[in-house]
Design a protein around this ligand. Structure first.
Ligand SMILES: C[S@@+](CC[C@H](N)C(=O)[O-])C[C@H]1O[C@@H](n2cnc3c(N)ncnc32)[C@H](O)[C@@H]1O
Length: 227
């Protein structure tokens, strides 16, 4: 697989074997997906849910199983990923937007829940800060924003160790170095992870009242923030 020229084309290409590759290339992927519904408040009954960077729908699928009657809005730059979701969620109330986050209009007080599964590491620090503010604005009071991602800056002293551990994990499924080589090209070109403590700070600065880590193994983390 070769690296594409932009994120939409990259994920159009990636869509074919997406779930298989994520499970094999992202440590704790399934746990990080299931964290979206772990220990939600018993009274939490969202009616409107936004999924940013839905991909082929693995994050939405986790939530839709718990909240099948809610109305969903799925945003992704990749048309092929949106096509997969249209088929996968054909029996549910879902609106689709093929759009980059920066072109998406965040309506005030619209959602009870917003999610981002492995999508915000494609945004740089400033884009994340702006998105956290827009997401908070678009949530209703008491609304929840949840994200799973790799959360370590490439400049961190711990980053070389992360790469070593990550390579060991990927090589278990793909002993041939081709997949790791492709992953590192993708990582260099499209991935801009930030430290989790910085992101927690930015969420608080954006005005979220409660910010908690729901799951963490090394730098593979699920954060939940409440408006
Ligand atoms: C790694 S996939 C994650 C998919 C899914 N949420 C999951 O948990 O597996 C990232 C998705 O985010 C989308 N994406 C990345 N940056 C984006 C941006 N700036 N605007 C819109 N979509 C973006 C990509 O097209 C891709 O489908």
């Amino acid at each position: 697989m070769r690296i594409q020229e932009d994120i939409a084309s990259e994920f159009n290409e990636f869509s074919a074997n997406y779930t298989r590759d994520m499970i094999a290339c992202v440590p704790h992927y399934l746990k990080l997906i299931s964290s979206f519904t772990t220990d939600l408040p018993l009274s939490f009954d969202p009616k409107n849910i936004l999924d940013l960077g839905c991909g082929n729908g693995n994050t939405t699928a986790e939530i839709i199983e718990r909240f099948p009657n809610a109305e969903y809005e799925l945003v992704d730059a990749s048309q092929k990923m949106i096509d997969l979701c249209e088929y996968r969620f054909r029996d549910y109330k879902v609106r689709y937007l093929t759009s980059y986050f920066e072109d998406f209009t965040f309506t005030e007080d619209r959602y009870d829940m917003a999610t981002a599964g492995f999508s915000l590491h494609h945004c740089d620090s400033e884009e994340k800060k702006t998105l956290f503010q827009s997401i908070r604005k678009s949530l209703k009071p008491g609304g929840i924003f949840a994200m799973s991602d790799l959360m370590i800056s490439k400049k961190s002293d711990q980053h070389p160790q992360l790469l070593e551990d990550w390579k060991t994990f990927v090589m278990k499924s793909f002993p041939n170095t081709e997949k790791w080589k492709w992953l590192m090209e993708h990582y260099a070109e499209f991935d801009k992870p930030d430290n989790y403590d910085d992101q927690i700070e930015w969420l608080k600065e954006a005005g979220f009242s409660k910010v908690e880590i729901v799951f963490q193994e090394d730098y593979w983390i699920h954060i939940r923030a409440t408006k």
